[in-house]
Write a protein that binds this ligand. Sequence first.
Ligand code: PMM
Length: 286
Amino acid sequence: MSAGTGAPLLPAPGRCAVMGVLNVTPDSFSDGGRYLSREDALAHAHAIWRRGADVIDVGGESTRPGSERVDAETELARVLPVIRTLAAEGIVLSVDTTRAAVAAAAVEAGARVINDVSGGLADPDMAKVAADAGVPWILMHWRGHSRDMTALATYDDVVTEVRDELSARVDAALAAGVREDAVVLDPGLGFAKLAEHDWALLHGLDAVRSLGFPVLVGASRKRFLGRLLADAEGEPRPPSGREVATAAVSALAASAGAWGVRVHDVGASLDAVLVAEAWRSGRARG
Ligand code: PMM
């Protein structure tokens, strides 16, 4: 996966890739606080790696709507020891950060992918770090930090606007020297989006794919699924009850040509993408 070796930059398992989430945070919406200790974080990473994750996405700052930012030192202290240990074991890691300094330190510690939910907008130095590192850079559609993002969920035509805003981020990345084969795009479900926007983007995923880059879909346990599965009183289903719907999205995303899905429950989504791949190819596995 390193630059200049001729090997593909991205994990390419021959089906939709499964990125497992490891949030080393006290406040992420579905798993916040569960993996804050180093032992718990490592144990969870080992479990999802054994279950078949193609890459593990390590994050040290919650992006839950409304959440406050942590400082860079706190973020680094959460993610670096975990990345160093897991990378030394040969586990493929991405770092989920909007900070260039955190991305640079994480790559130095062994992370092989940068996952930037701001698509390079939050930190003007991120493009240079990504270009110099020569690792894949996931550019997610983003309009502002978590504290403010609900107010930014205004669109006339969400699919066209997200596609065009992502296209502008690609132009900026390439202008900064990022390799074309290092770019991955992500529609940013739930980030400055209402449920109706998330569904429109999944329905219109081809518009994002039409930009010509691999596409990652991050639907796992998100609010739009909770609303879909609301009870008779209209109360959204809590995150712990959204796993079957998440796996359904993973199968459909794989069918729709997504490069990867970013999920909390690796096993359920891996099963789902295997079904999608067997259906698409018309072949039994093995
Ligand atoms: N969602 C979250 C965090 N990071 N990264 C990408 N590329 N795409 C996403 O949709 C995404 C992300 C929020 O979910 P979490 O708090 O469960 O990690």
